[in-house]
Design a protein. Structure first.
Length: 272
């Protein structure tokens, strides 16, 4: 190996120095990687370059903290973007690595927010409005009277219409939805959003079941149909049904079981 870790961690000097102190000079390492075939030696060199640029990735991750995601997770996403940048960078294109890596890392972080933290599905256009409105809201919040900025003020700052600003403001709540246990405004008895939701109606299932067996019921012999009516609609016991029809209770039980099995098989067959 012709390069050293000390060389990679030494900041650039002279007129090409980066505005941040976390931009090491790895031009020689990238030039060497371009000449190496894929293999352990090239992977080891990539790993060392990633380690050298990791402070920059962590700095970029910190710019997106306090937005509903932990800093540790953001740093992991930024590190993933850095690894992708190191693998894809081609020094022959003439672009400094920092100029290539920063958009790659930032894009990875923004993609993480878009794919994992939006609780509601929000169109990308609305997400962009949300970001612009959020930035303008922060800039305008430092007013002498400590009042929140108005929609018109945000529209003037961003160049958006007031309708677009309102859409961006609504999207700002998509990261943190209101809990179903939250008490409704004006409710003093603890009445929450969950109390306004309907429950499952069991009668719907009964309607479906009755309609499913209706064709089979019409095809039953009169005695079997009468037994089912007395048992399930008149709530008579098997003993009383046996007395009324002049047959044994065991025979009534067998007829009920056989008839119900037949109706169930017919209903399933007709339903496919």
């Amino acid at each position: 190996m012709t390069t050293s870790t000390q060389h990679m961690t030494r900041p650039r000097t002279g007129p090409t120095k980066h505005s941040h102190d976390d931009a090491p000079d790895t031009s020689a390492e990238f030039a060497e990687m371009a000449q190496l075939p894929e293999g352990p030696e090239k992977e080891e060199l990539r790993r060392r370059v990633v380690e050298a640029w990791m402070p920059m990735a962590e700095r970029l991750a910190r710019q997106y903290r306090n937005r509903g995601e932990s800093l540790e997770d953001l740093q992991q996403v930024a590190a993933l973007g850095l690894v992708k940048a190191v693998k894809r960078y081609d020094p022959e294109h003439g672009t400094a690595f920092a100029g290539f890596a920063v958009p790659t890392i930032v894009g990875e972080i923004k993609r993480h927010f878009r794919d994992h933290l939006w609780v509601l599905h929000v169109p990308r256009r609305v997400q962009e409005l949300r970001n612009r409105v959020r930035a303008a809201h922060r800039e305008l919040s430092h007013s002498p009277d400590d009042r929140p900025p108005r929609v018109q003020e945000i529209a003037e700052r961003t160049g958006l219409t007031e309708k677009e600003v309102r859409a961006g403001v609504e999207a700002m709540g998509s990261f943190t939805p209101l809990s179903l246990d939250a008490q409704l405004p004006g409710a003093d008895d603890g009445y929450s959003l969950a109390d306004t939701l309907g429950g499952q109606e069991p009668a719907y299932d009964r309607v479906v079941d009755r309609e499913a067996v209706r064709p089979g019921l019409t095809r039953l012999p009169d005695r079997e149909r009468q037994i089912l009516y007395l048992r399930f609609f008149c709530d008579m016991t098997q003993g009383r049904i046996a007395e009324q029809l002049g047959i044994s209770q065991m025979h009534v039980s067998r007829l009920i079981n056989r008839t119900c099995s037949t109706l169930r098989a017919q209903a399933l067959a007709e339903a496919g």
